[in-house]
Design a protein around this ligand. Structure first.
Ligand code: ZN
Length: 517
């Protein structure tokens, strides 16, 4: 469902243009990390400035100003989760709107009416009225910065350290939104045109970090302004700085609490224990029954709608330089082994396979010392990561069925779903717009671009459902940017290559897409 059918209707497929070898001059040169609290100078990034790379030249000429500007934006603590910072979310939106106006975007609006925190909308029509319209999605709100004492530099005093810019939002997502601003500047400079090759619209929301609670109504209120042929979703990373990839999907998620209740109150484990059901024991059995011995989830019908990755995608994942030991130590927080569903690699398990996880378990007395009771109730917090074409509401129903089957005599069960969940989304990797992204990244990073996905979730499926057009992912940050964590950073040479790729993308999309049918 996601993407491909609409893509077929609305975007003309063309045979792939690319021929001949992609220049393979290798990885970006990335300097040592050294402290520099004050410099706005972008680190040296010295690939050849040949005449055949006008977008690269245009990015390089604007890099220092870009870093200074991004630091300015990052000083605004636009934390959407904290009502005390909602004024800052508004200031952040105003800052972005001003930057867009300075750049000459003909339409710039801050959408601040309605319940949503301020979002920024902008539009720059193509000179050619027949050119397609592309909507770039991103967000300008950031995660809270706690714990503050874990930051080496204050989170809202953005600091250049060698080739990295540290600060909350540097990677997620202000850095990537700013990358698009620079990309448009470079596109115009490289083409010498006064307007972009496609009509570019921007929607930069202010509530992504709290789960985009009002995005659906925002999209419904502005369907005319947001009308487009394609969405460029910019909130995902590359696989690795030496192995840039195009992301082609995000998992969905649905979370729930399961509560098992026995009696009305905790009771004496000596006088009563052994004579009544223990909710904690019963819940432990339910949790243990969630997976079979092959690591497969046992909810009824759980895999019925799962769309497997294509052979090309699996081959692409297998070719990525995946360092399992490093992944365990860093990304997996020091986990001591990889486990999971039999028949799939670790990357596949976290990208293209659905999961059930226990996020929390609580029952009875957990304070110091001993308290001999049979607890009155027990609670498990569960979440399920979903892949196309699973639907959160069907998985929620399957969970209710599974819990009913595993509720023993004498226990009352309650299943509380947390909201409607987030549907998964995946791109048709052969879609011409996805190929355009792949080629733009290949040109900017001077190497072939494979596919990756991300195991996390985001509002891509919501955007797709609301606007009825396909989505491609376009990002130039890294998985180890410590987003949502202390010392968030963005690697500036990578982000600048991303801006170069963004500049090249508009040129490519103009020749691939067609307005209307
Ligand atoms: Zn984000």
């Amino acid at each position: 469902m996601a993407g491909s059918s609409v893509a077929g209707e609305r975007l003309r497929r063309r045979s792939r243009r690319k021929s001949g070898p992609i220049r393979a001059c290798g990885a970006l040169r990335l300097g040592r990390v050294t402290e520099d609290r004050t410099s706005d100078a972008a680190p040296a990034d010295p690939p050849p400035l040949g005449g055949h790379h006008p977008e690269r030249d245009a990015v390089a000429a604007r890099a220092d100003g870009f870093v200074a500007e991004l630091r300015d934006w990052l000083r605004i603590p636009s934390i959407s989760a904290d009502p005390a910072h909602h004024g800052d979310v508004g200031r952040s939106a105003d800052w972005l709107a001003e930057a867009l106006r300075r750049d000459g975007w003909p339409t710039v609006e801050v959408w601040a009416d309605g319940p949503a925190l301020p979002a920024v909308y902008a539009c720059w029509p193509a000179a050619d009225p027949a050119a397609p319209t592309v909507l770039v999605y991103g967000h300008h709100d950031v995660q809270p910065a706690d714990p503050l004492d874990a930051w080496h530099h204050p989170p809202f005093e953005p600091t250049v350290l060698g080739d990295e810019l540290h600060g909350r939002g540097a990677s997620d997502d202000k850095g990537q939104v700013a990358m698009h601003l620079l990309g448009v500047r470079a596109h115009l400079a490289a083409t010498g045109a006064g307007a972009p090759a496609v009509t570019i619209k921007l929607l930069v929301e202010g509530e992504e970090e709290t789960g985009s609670p009002n995005l659906k109504s925002l999209l419904a209120d502005h369907t005319d302004e947001l009308d487009c042929e394609l969405i460029v979703f910019t909130d995902t990373p590359l696989f690795h700085r030496d192995a840039p990839t195009v992301c082609t999907g995000q998992r969905g998620v649905i979370a729930a609490e399961v509560v098992f209740s026995g009696g009305e109150i905790d009771v004496h484990s000596g006088r009563v224990g052994g004579g009544v059901p223990n909710p904690a024991t019963a819940l432990a059995r339910l949790v243990a029954a969630l997976h079979d011995e092959h690591g497969r989830v046992r909810l009824p019908g759980f895999y019925a709608d799962v769309r497997p990755p294509t052979d090309a995608e699996r081959a692409s994942y297998a070719a990525l330089p995946f360092d399992e030991a490093a992944w365990l130590a860093d990304t997996a927080g020091g986990a001591r082994a990889t486990v999971g569903e039999a028949g799939w690699t670790t990357l596949e398990r976290v990208w293209v396979r659905p999961t059930a996880e226990v996020n929390g378990l609580h029952a009875g007395y957990t304070g110091p010392g001993v308290k001999t009771i049979v607890p009155a109730d027990a609670t498990a917090k569960l979440s399920f990561r979903l892949v196309p074409d699973q639907r959160p509401e069907l998985i929620g129903a399957a969970l209710r069925e599974f819990v009913a089957e595993h509720t023993p005599h004498g226990i009352l069960a309650e299943v509380r779903l947390r909201g409607d969940g987030v549907p998964p989304y995946a791109v048709d990797v052969e879609h011409p717009a996805n190929r355009a992204v792949q080629e733009a990244l290949a040109d900017a990073f001077d190497q072939p671009i494979r596919f990756s996905r991300t195991g996390g979730s985001g509002p891509a499926a919501l955007l797709h459902a609301a606007l009825g057009v396909p989505i491609v992912y376009f990002g130039a940050t890294l998985p180890d940017d410590r987003i949502h964590a202390p010392n968030e950073r963005v690697v500036l040479p990578v982000l600048l290559r991303g801006a170069e790729a963004a500049a090249g993308l508009w040129r490519r999309l103009a020749s691939r897409t067609e307005r209307g049918q």
